[in-house]
Design a protein around this ligand. Sequence first.
Ligand SMILES: N[C@@H](CCC(=O)N[C@@H](CS)C(=O)NCC(=O)O)C(=O)O
Length: 236
Amino acid sequence: MSRPPIKLYAFAPSPYVQKVAAILDFKQLPYAPILVHPTKKTEIAFSRRKQVPIIDDGGEIVEDSTEIALYLEAKYPDPPLLPDDRAARAQVLTAERWIDDVFTARFYAPFIWGIPANRERVLASFLKTPSLSGFDRIALPRFAGVMMRHTIAQAQSDLFRLPAILDEFETRLGSGPYLGEQPQPSVADLAAFAIVSVVTDMDFEGAERVRERRAIAEWGERLRPVTSPGTRVFQP
Ligand SMILES: N[C@@H](CCC(=O)N[C@@H](CS)C(=O)NCC(=O)O)C(=O)O
């Protein structure tokens, strides 16, 4: 009997949703994204935290991208997201935290919120949410800029630091082939590739600033065949 797809509660552009989707694709686990209303969040009314990603795996609900990664690793260990060796495992989890806490804020946020053409595409992706009312569809593009003015201002001012964060990323790749010079891809690579691939594969404005980095481009080409392109959750 084929297993039902894992439900993935999502905002398409969310970096943490992208990370979980890339992990599910890496583990070749079928999933169905459920786009969540960006303000009412009715689809995840059962959640106290009311943040995406959340997965529902046959009734088992797991929240937070790192918790989801650990849950999937325990339940579906092959292919592995983490090395067996304890020290290497700790190193990979530290690298994952840096991707989630630093790289996401300084690389992905400036790209998607700091550049007007990209921001428009990201906002348009929310219009695919089935539970939006007719009023929401008019109001969202009109008021999002005002509601998100602090995020946008921060993202715009962070754009000038983009070369520095890409330099730091390259340093962390070292001589590769994967983050932390690991021999196999890990959860840290998938967390990073999930968002780097959105920028490059959705052809966001400014993507050439990433593509021109040879070490990053080569690392991405190693990962793409074992997971999915950046269009993953954006596709209808
Ligand atoms: N640590 C969480 C962060 C999740 C998170 O910040 N999700 C954002 C979308 S990127 C969200 O749902 N924000 C809505 C809100 O906080 O109201 C994870 O790794 O999953």
